[in-house]
Write a protein that binds this ligand. Structure first.
Ligand code: TYM
Length: 412
């Protein structure tokens, strides 16, 4: 199954005149209040739904109950996960690769989603993990200097470490730093750049003639960590398969990566995609660090969380109390309920909240209160854990070194 590189933007179109949602690494805009039409997107991108059979297989092989974010369909799509599991069953190891584009001092709660599932996958399969901080990407795309994004990369890496990643199994790197330290990284970037034409990246990413040349060549830098030879101190000479957890906005990078993989002598990376945590204003767009009012940040105080949710969280409630009691609220568009789907892991409680809202027993204000009370302790706990991440700990994570795995013994 090949993911042919689109050579014109007709194949995976984001043009405003078609009725498709816009989903790319920089923009998520849906035509509907209920958010992105993932059925359509999955067809357009050519990926596959995560079904119950795949979930059972993950549980069986990892001997671990599935994470709620996968069980609830928030991680809903994949590429080649069955092929990866076949290799695991045959006794082979893989590694995980994910990342963050540091465009703000603080991450928002939506950014946690891929990292939470990455941590679960790392523990369930006991595999090494590399995390790319694309400070170069954010310098190129935003009005930020090299120095600013490098500083943000370190700040954001502390937030990621605070989730509890194991330093013996995890390597975090800033592109602007690591590229100068590791020739193997740059060599792979060049190998990839040699395989992809300007026409092809125009088709995939919508670049145009007036874009700076750094943007045009950047996708190769996000692709390179999907090849284990980018990390010789971890993997030696072994060609180790990779699984990439991310939200589906990052898929264009990895469609390109998958297409060049055979030419670099690697098998295609497997992917597992999440849907988007909505902006507080509604699911038409994703929660984004560029719009402070759209997001609950990991630095927000309990009071800020309460104010933001009460003021901005789009409600699926009816316009009058009588109507709400009679017809019930719309959970599909209610951002506070959506927030609970991502962060309240008690299935029974979530189900009873859903039912009570849908049949009008629970009011919008009450739903918001539950969302506030769910998020406040999660963010406060995160802040406590983040304070424990010293510069010394951060430097350990960001030092190229051998991890606690012996890859020379892995047969590929
Ligand atoms: P970035 O910083 O935009 O986002 C970091 C990760 O969070 C996901 N994400 C979201 N997930 C759920 N709801 C949201 N509202 C939301 N917003 C963002 C992103 O999909 C991503 O997984 N170029 C990348 C950094 C990167 C990367 C990678 C990401 C480099 N290599 C490999 C994933 C895998 C970026 O700017 O992510």
């Amino acid at each position: 199954m090949g993911d042919k590189l689109p050579v014109t933007d007709k194949q995976i179109s984001n043009s405003p005149e078609d009725d498709n949602d816009i989903v790319d690494p920089w923009t998520v805009i849906s035509k509907s209040d209920a958010g992105v039409d993932y059925d359509k997107l999955i067809k357009r991108f050519g990926c596959t739904y995560i079904d119950s059979e795949l979930i059972e297989r993950i549980e069986r092989i990892s001997k671990t109950p599935i994470h709620p974010l996968i069980k609830r369909g928030i991680f809903f799509s994949h590429r080649d996960l069955h092929a990866l599991l076949n290799m695991v069953e045959a006794g082979k190891k893989f590694y995980l690769y994910t990342g963050r584009g540091p465009s703000s001092d603080s991450m928002h709660v939506g950014h946690l989603i891929p990292f939470i599932v990455t941590k679960w996958l790392q523990e369930a399969f006991d595999v090494p993990l590399v995390i790319q901080m694309t400070d170069d990407e954010k310098t190129l795309w935003k009005n930020l200097s090299v120095e600013e994004t490098m500083k943000m990369a370190r700040e954001n890496a502390k937030d990621i470490i605070a989730l509890g990643f194991d330093v013996n199994k995890t390597f975090i790197f800033s592109n602007l730093d690591y590229m100068g330290r590791c020739a193997a990284f740059y060599q792979n970037v060049i190998r990839i750049q040699k395989c992809v034409t300007f026409n092809q990246v125009k088709g995939i990413f919508g670049f145009c003639d007036s874009d700076v040349i750094g943007k045009i060549s950047f996708p190769a830098i996000q692709a390179a960590p999907a090849f284990s030879s980018t990390f010789p101190f971890i993997f030696g000479a072994d060609k180790v398969p990779v699984l990439i957890p991310c939200a589906i906005d990052q898929d264009p990078y990895f469609r390109m990566t998958r297409d060049v993989s055979p030419r670099l002598g690697f098998i295609k990376p497997a992917l597992i995609h999440s849907c988007f945590f909505p902006a507080l204003q509604g699911a038409k767009t994703k929660m984004s660090a560029s719009d402070v009012n759209s997001a609950v940040f990991l630095t927000d105080t309990p009071k800020q969380i309460k104010t933001k949710i009460n003021k901005y969280a789009f409600s699926g409630g009816r316009s009058t109390l009588e109507e709400h009691r009679k017809y019930g609220g719309n959970i599909d568009v209610d951002v506070s309920y959506q927030l609970l789907r991502f962060f309240l892991y008690d299935d029974e409680k979530l189900e009873s909240i859903k039912t009570a809202y849908a049949n009008g027993e629970l009011l919008s204000g009450e739903m918001k209160k539950i969302a506030v009370e769910t998020l406040q302790p999660i963010v406060a706990d995160h802040q406590t854990k983040r304070k424990e991440v010293t510069d010394e700990i951060l430097n350990q994570f960001m030092t190229p070194r051998k991890l606690n795995y012996d890859f020379q013994t892995v047969i590929y």
